[in-house]
Design a protein around this ligand. Structure first.
Ligand code: C2E
Ligand code: CA
Ligand code: CA
Length: 538
């Protein structure tokens, strides 16, 4: 009951993850993509604003140089003003140039009617008098940046828009030029946050999130100012939400696919124990055994075979033991599984064993089998009832099964005393430690396929197989190398003194008749091919 509830809890949790996971992934991806796109956008606008401001500085510099002294030595003379007009026509950034004295623009390209400029905002490090946000009487609603050369009085007026007018698409953005040392915005659309200046430190270019805002600042390497751009939190949010909306069909499709997979899986899982119980009933023939030969590496003769269970479900689907054995374990069905295996062996392997007194069949046992006091009795009874030779039956179990319990150890000893050798299966994949192995009295070690397949490769674990072989030798254990697929692996193992091997290189799992044929003559290879399809499906 408790296990059922726990399973249900996991199913709900996975269903929730199947829905929430893709949604979260879409949001994460949208935010990530949005942030990098916005970062690029802010940086490119900042670079553009800085480029325009540089153009202003250059045009202003040549205006100050050309107009610094009037051609006839008289400020605001007709010739001086004519020069001013020509300068403005040539310039695309300066809206007006003129001559100022005190707070008054005495004359400019607009004429010689004096205009009050108001008090300066500050004087820059190079001696320029700066006035920010000046309104020209001839240009209502204008905000001008007015810069006067303190020595000559030559004054340039710049319309903020000529620098700050970035595309209408970017109308929501804060854009401006900051006087670097003074930390004052020379021109700005939107508000400059002084914290951005601190955040910038001594860097010349930076574009990154500052809180919820994407900020880009590009500082001029030549002048004492920097261009800044800020994309507000609201714009950032709209942007990633738009991307998320675009990605949502993908998220929904993924979520639904995962839910569908989960549904299929739980359906299969919930129906599997019922069907497996049915298959385990004595009259049912859906479970059958195949036998994978174990080969003597010195003679290449088949000395035994491992019995491997197969399940053909209604409709012909072949289910792998890797799937149904764990289900049987979870539902405490392993005793029935072993009973079924013994029954199948009694039907097809016992007569065979009686005909081949040198041959053995190895069966896989589970923790549930080893934790029952009647295990030795059941196997002994089978050997006696079947009238097969001593040693006809071998047992395999994984390291996990042998973990410490007394009963398991007693069973282990009893089996060996009865002449049923015990092999430790899948060696190297579990808890194996040398001290644990020495305490464990088994007859044989099956070296797991995972190690065998590293033979001759550059894999980091390729040296482990040599250690395992040495370990088995030092403990006087016989060895069966599992999953041998290539002649190179066989040669290596033979050279290292491994006595037995099993794997597709020698033979796929075979039906009992094919096994019989194989032992009788070499014609078995043809039968192997027909069965290998079966084995590989499983
Ligand atoms: P196992 O005992 O380690 O069995 C060896 C597995 O490796 C078998 O898979 C076999 O078909 C496969 N194999 C053998 N040679 C090769 C090879 O050269 N290459 C590759 N890639 N694979 C090879 P199978 O038959 O699917 O069995 C899977 C597992 O299911 C077995 O692993 C065993 O733990 C369990 N099992 C199978 N039959 C029984 C059974 O009757 N009782 C119990 N308790 N467990 C069983
Ligand atoms: Ca095995
Ligand atoms: Ca194995």
């Amino acid at each position: 009951m408790y296990l059922k509830r726990l399973r249900l809890f996991w199913v709900y949790l996975l269903a929730l993850a199947a829905i929430v996971g893709p949604c979260a992934a879409v949001i994460y991806a949208a935010r990530y993509v949005s942030a990098s796109q916005q970062q690029e956008r802010a940086a490119s606008i900042a670079a553009d604003v800085l480029r325009r401001t540089h153009r202003v500085s250059e045009q202003m510099r040549s205006a100050f140089a050309e107009l610094g002294t009037s051609p006839d030595g008289v400020a605001c003379s007709e010739r001086h003003m004519d020069l001013m007009r020509r300068m403005v026509v040539r310039s695309n950034m300066l809206i007006d140039v003129g001559y100022a004295s005190g707070n008054e623009l005495l004359c400019s390209s607009f004429g010689d009617k004096p205009i009050d400029l108001g008090v300066p905002s500050y004087v820059s490090g190079v001696g320029n008098v700066i006035r920010i946000g000046v309104q020209h009487p001839l240009l209502p609603d204008s905000r001008l940046l007015v810069i006067s050369d303190a020595k000559t009085g030559i004054t340039a007026q710049i319309h903020e828009q000529s620098v700050l007018d970035v595309s209408t698409r970017d109308a929501e953005l804060t854009v401006g030029v900051l006087g670097w040392t003074q930390q004052r915005a020379l021109m700005a659309r939107g508000r400059f946050d002084p914290a951005w200046r601190q955040w910038m430190g001594d860097a010349y270019e930076k574009s990154r999130m500052h809180g919820q805002t994407m900020v880009a600042i590009h500082r001029s390497p030549h002048y004492d100012y920097a261009a800044f751009v800020a994309i507000p939190a609201s714009e950032m949010q709209h942007h990633w939400q738009r991307i998320a909306l675009g990605l949502s069909p993908l998220g929904i499709a993924t979520g639904l696919t995962l839910l569908w997979v989960l549904l299929q899986y739980t359906r299969q899982q919930s129906s599997m124990p019922v069907a497996l119980r049915q298959a385990l009933t004595p009259s049912n023939n859906d479970l059958f055994l195949v036998y994978q030969p174990i080969v003597d590496l010195q003679t290449d003769a088949f000395v035994g075979a491992e019995a491997l269970l197969r399940w053909r479900r209604d409709g012909g689907e072949l289910v792998s033991p890797d799937i149904f054995i764990p289900v049987a374990e979870r539902h405490q069905l392993m005793r029935q599984v072993t009973d079924k295996v013994l029954a199948l062996l009694a039907r097809d392997a016992a007569p065979f064993l009686r005909d081949h007194p040198d041959f053995y069949i190895a069966v896989n046992l589970s923790a549930e089998d080893f934790n029952r006091a009647d295990l030795p009795g059941r196997l002994h009874e089978w050997v006696v009832n079947m009238a097969v030779h001593r040693g006809a039956l071998h047992v395999e179990a994984t390291e996990r099964v042998f973990m410490d319990q007394d009963l398991v150890k007693r069973n282990l000893m009893a089996l060996r005393a009865q002449g049923i050798p015990v092999a430790i299966d899948d060696f190297g994949t579990g808890y194996s430690s040398l001290s644990y192995l020495t305490r464990l009295e088994v007859d044989c070690m099956k070296i797991d396929k995972a190690f065998v397949e590293t033979i001759g490769t550059a894999s980091v674990t390729s040296h482990v197989v040599a250690h395992i072989i040495e370990m088995a030798k030092s403990l006087n254990l016989s060895m069966v190398a599992e999953g041998v697929e290539t002649p190179e692996q066989a040669t290596y193992l033979r050279a290292r003194g491994v006595q037995f091997a099993q794997g597709w290189f020698f033979s796929r799992p075979l039906g009992i008749e094919a096994l019989r044929a194989c032992l009788a003559d070499a014609a078995c290879l043809a039968d192997q091919d027909s069965l290998s399809t079966q084995a590989s499906v499983s």
